[in-house]
Write a protein that binds this ligand. Structure first.
Ligand code: SAM
Length: 198
């Protein structure tokens, strides 16, 4: 199982078979609220593991025109293109997150990290660090509980996330989201991490 989840074909199948319990069908309220307080529309923003990419759609419709969607599932990208034909093709990054190169002011994600078992998250944190400009920020919404089954999704705890990110980032916010959707109330952490300089 653990090997399979690293392949795009695994994720394609989840979309094709409708096994997309993570997908709430619209931009999640904590991420929406975070976006709504951003004033600089010129920010270079990456949404990795974007899936249906509701956040990308919301950003773009709210004039954040330097927003980029990244996902390695052809099926998720095919669906996004179908839903949003006017989205610029050169802002769709059909590639593996770990292979991507670029420099961003913001990386915004939800439930992407839960695709990876805890022992693989060090690489995730390193990649986020690498892709952010100095002073750039990561805003993420992630589960703060463990699941009673083998993932994905894989859960996590605040303690684990602090340990994971404290080296490279200043933790500006890491709190239980007060505005999660009802089924996830009290079970998600919202975090904003600023890349440390040097
Ligand atoms: C659990 S889904 C979350 C999708 C979306 N963030 C949401 O909340 O609806 C994880 C997504 O990450 C993508 N993914 C997993 N590993 C990836 C990787 N190494 N590079 C790029 N995308 C990846 C999958 O294709 C899938 O669309």
């Amino acid at each position: 199982m653990v090997m399979e989840i690293f392949s795009p074909e695994y994720w394609d199948r989840q979309y094709q078979e409708g096994k997309t319990g993570w997908d709430i069908g619209y931009v999640s309220p904590p991420i929406k609220e975070y976006i709504d307080q951003l004033t600089d529309k010129s920010l270079n923003i990456l949404v990795p593991g974007a899936g249906s990419a509701w956040e990308v759609e919301y950003l773009f419709n709210n004039d954040f025109k330097n927003t980029f969607l990244l996902d390695f599932s052809a099926e998720s990208i095919r669906r996004f293109r179908e839903r949003y034909p006017d989205f610029p093709e050169d802002h769709i990054l059909f590639e593996d997150f770990f292979e991507h190169t670029g420099q961003y002011d913001r990386i915004i994600e939800q439930t992407f990290i839960t695709s990876f078992p805890p022992q693989h998250r060090r690489a995730f944190a390193r990649k986020v660090y690498e892709l952010l400009k100095p002073g750039g920020k990561f805003a993420g919404l992630m589960f703060n509980h463990e699941f009673p089954f083998d993932g994905p999704p894989f859960g996590g705890t605040k303690k684990e996330y602090v340990h994971l990110f404290k080296e490279g980032f200043v933790i500006e916010t890491m709190e239980i989201a007060y505005n999660s959707i009802k089924p996830r109330k009290g079970r998600e952490l919202f975090m904003v991490l600023r890349k440390k300089s040097g």
